[in-house]
Write a protein that binds this ligand. Structure first.
Ligand code: NAP
Length: 329
């Protein structure tokens, strides 16, 4: 006999790894909150490229099937486990990292360390755009790049979610910022967001133009498989290129690192230690309070169109910020 006391919710479920057509909205039981967990009534879920790698089955750590995609979210606390101390029902929160059942669902259980206060100044769509992009940008610039006030940074791919977050963080830390985008609208957005200069990475001469100017202490690289070879020629003495995004192999000339004693440094948010993650989240939450965390939303999708958002985040050219799924009002 069916248990009528189980409350149900709408959620995207992936039963087999593959294309976005594997993402179907189904009725599932609302998860039961664990001892140290927060059950969030999800209003908005942020779509990140990593969600598509996982859904396609092309990622190191894969969930057991079936699973619900989505790592970032914003919404209201619905209930908390007995050992939760920082949140209570009704709090406005954002979250990043979930368990097996993700945030493309009306309710998501998240471990307390991955839930953060959203405050009252940002919308839920904006809140869902914070987690992975801001934490990664902060890790790249400050924890891996060891950025110092007055240094010059090139954000190679600045018009997307991580890139725009990186501009805001870099400007807040007193860096001189040059960003790239692939369209006129992207360039305008990069400048409006605070970059001091912007170049179009689809212009065949842009690397030449960059080489004519002063070189960079830090490069935050979103597409290393295309750009890493050029990045090595764009660094100053003791420069650091931080590999954030990479979709394949690339040929470089290691000699370009020798004279400048510059470095290539990998960056992965999931590799942050608990202490590092705490620092990331503390600084970004402070940025919300101080008012410099201002997520830029490109497009908002319905839950039924979450598959379109997955396709767009990985295939579209001409990013203008973050893609978000509005799960419920
Ligand atoms: P996104 O919003 O889709 O943005 C992609 C960015 O890459 C856009 O600014 C895009 O610019 C730019 N781009 C396209 N072609 C480029 C080129 N030839 N040279 C330089 N930039 C180019 O994605 P995202 O969320 O910002 O993530 C960016 C990358 O970082 C993805 O590969 C993602 O998987 C990775 N990532 C890594 C971590 C980590 O922990 N390491 C965490 C988060 C994300 P236009 O569209 O204007 O051309």
């Amino acid at each position: 006999m069916r248990n009528t006391s189980v409350k149900m919710m709408r959620a995207v479920l992936v039963r087999q790894f593959g294309g976005s057509d594997q993402m179907r909205v189904e009725n599932l039981p609302i998860p039961t909150v664990g001892d140290k967990q927060v059950l969030i009534k999800v209003h908005s879920s942020g779509v990140n490229p990593v969600d598509t790698y996982v859904r396609a089955g092309q990622y190191k750590n894969l969930p057991n099937l079936p699973y619900t995609p989505g790592k970032d979210a914003a919404g209201l606390v619905h209930s908390v486990g007995p050992s939760v101390t920082r949140f209570k029902p009704g709090d406005r929160v954002f979250s990043s990292q979930t368990t097996q059942m993700g945030t493309l669902a009306e309710y998501a259980c998240v471990d307390e360390p991955y839930v953060f206060p959203l405050g009252s100044s940002l919308t839920f769509d904006e809140g869902a755009a914070i987690g992975i992009p801001y934490f990664t940008a902060y890790r790249a610039l400050l924890q891996k790049g060891l950025a110092k006030k007055g240094e010059r940074v090139l954000i190679h791919g600045a018009s997307g979610a991580v890139g725009l977050a990186a501009i805001q963080i870099a400007k807040n830390h007193g860096l001189y910022v040059v960003g790239t985008a692939g369209t006129k609208e992207g360039i305008e957005l990069v400048l409006e967001t605070g970059a001091d200069a912007a170049f179009n990475h689809r212009d065949s001469k842009y690397i030449e133009n960059l080489l004519e100017g002063e070189k960079f202490d830090i490069i935050v690289e979103m597409l290393s498989n295309v750009n890493l070879g050029h990045d090595l020629t764009l660094m100053k003495s003791r420069g650091r290129t931080i590999v954030v995004g990479c979709r394949g192999p690339v040929t470089i000339n290691p000699r370009d690192l020798m004279g400048t004693e510059s470095s290539i440094i990998g960056c992965a948010l999931f590799a942050a230690t608990p202490d590092e993650f705490k620092e990331l989240s503390t600084q970004v939450v402070k940025g919300i309070t101080d008012g410099w965390v201002k997520p830029v939303i490109d497009s908002v999708y319905d839950l039924e169109k979450a598959g379109e958002a997955h396709d767009a985040v990985i295939n579209s050219k001409g990013a203008k910020g973050k893609l978000v799924v509005r799960v419920q009002e």
